[in-house]
Write a protein that binds this ligand. Structure first.
Ligand SMILES: NC(=O)c1ccc[n+]([C@@H]2O[C@H](COP(=O)([O-])OP(=O)(O)OC[C@H]3O[C@@H](n4cnc5c(N)ncnc54)[C@H](OP(=O)(O)O)[C@@H]3O)[C@@H](O)[C@H]2O)c1
Length: 242
């Protein structure tokens, strides 16, 4: 099969398509024929030689993919059948024609999503969903401060916060990124390089609370009781500059 490959760490110019061995699904695994994969921060770090896949994982790039089940591992008894469409979070290997994955990690593709859209859900969107709903228990009426508001996880979190009726506030490192976040639904954004975002956040939420009903009708932004939740996603390593 063909996979995205690089021989030495560096920029995107080092990437090329290489013929590599097609993986074979082991017990409890399925083989997915990849239709689309997405690009995440960890892929860029891996390509630059600054992120190593976990032990046992494929060293091919690609932490998420969509596609169709192509083969079932020996003895597989579960619900997935050859030909079923699915999306999946991976520990690597998505940027190839085929990838093997534990069957329990396959997820059905929500109705109405294209393969390309589905391939971009597992990393950023499910991380944002997990942070907002499983960790933060964000409810309608909450205000949520989202750092790196123009990042993959941040842009998903803004939209998910709006969907539940919460008010997303963001930080970002440039005006352009703040504008992008505001287009996606951020109620306010603060450039952490130019101002103290914690003071700005408190000021914004206090103005919101003081303004009362009229403000809320105009902005669809509910009253804040106490400070906003802060949710962060991390790779467990600091991001190198550049
Ligand atoms: N399951 C998980 O735990 C999980 C899943 C997905 C992602 N993550 C992690 O969540 C973080 C965000 O991922 P993502 O894919 O959303 O990232 P992304 O789209 O690449 O955005 C990263 C953002 O981080 C900020 N940043 C701060 N310091 C940086 C640096 N030195 N280099 C590059 N960016 C820097 C930048 O925003 P500003 O310019 O506004 O500061 C940038 O927009 C990463 O650490 C990633 O590994 C974790």
């Amino acid at each position: 099969m063909i996979a995205v490959h690089f021989d030495k760490p560096g920029g995107p110019e080092n990437l090329y398509l290489k013929e590599v061995a097609k993986p074979s699904p082991g017990e409890g695994e399925v083989l997915l024929k990849v239709a689309a994969s997405a690009l995440n921060r960890a892929d860029l770090l891996q390509r630059q030689g600054q992120y190593a896949p976990p032990p046992g994982a494929s060293n091919i790039l690609g932490l998420e993919a969509s596609g169709h089940v192509a083969e079932l591992g020996a003895g597989y008894q579960g619900p997935w059948k050859v030909g079923d469409p699915a999306m999946v979070l991976l520990s690597g290997g998505g940027q190839a024609q085929y990838v093997t994955v534990p069957a329990e990690l396959l997820m059905p593709i929500p109705a109405g999503l294209t393969m390309c859209q589905a391939a971009a859900i597992p990393e950023a969107w499910l991380t944002a969903f997990q942070l907002l709903h499983l960790v933060g228990n964000v409810q309608a009426g909450d205000s949520v401060l989202i750092h790196a508001g123009a990042s993959g996880v941040g842009t998903a979190a803004i939209q998910l916060a709006r969907m539940v009726g919460a008010t997303p506030l963001v930080t970002a490192g440039s005006q352009q990124k703040l504008q992008r976040a505001e287009k996606l639904g951020a109620a306010a954004g603060f450039n952490y390089k130019e101002e103290d975002f914690s003071e700005a956040t408190l000021k914004f939420t206090k103005v919101q609370a003081d303004a009362g009903e009229g403000f809320h009708r105009a902005n669809s932004a509910p009253l804040l009781h106490g400070g906003p939740s802060t949710l962060t996603a991390g790779s467990g390593q600091s991001l190198p500059r550049g």
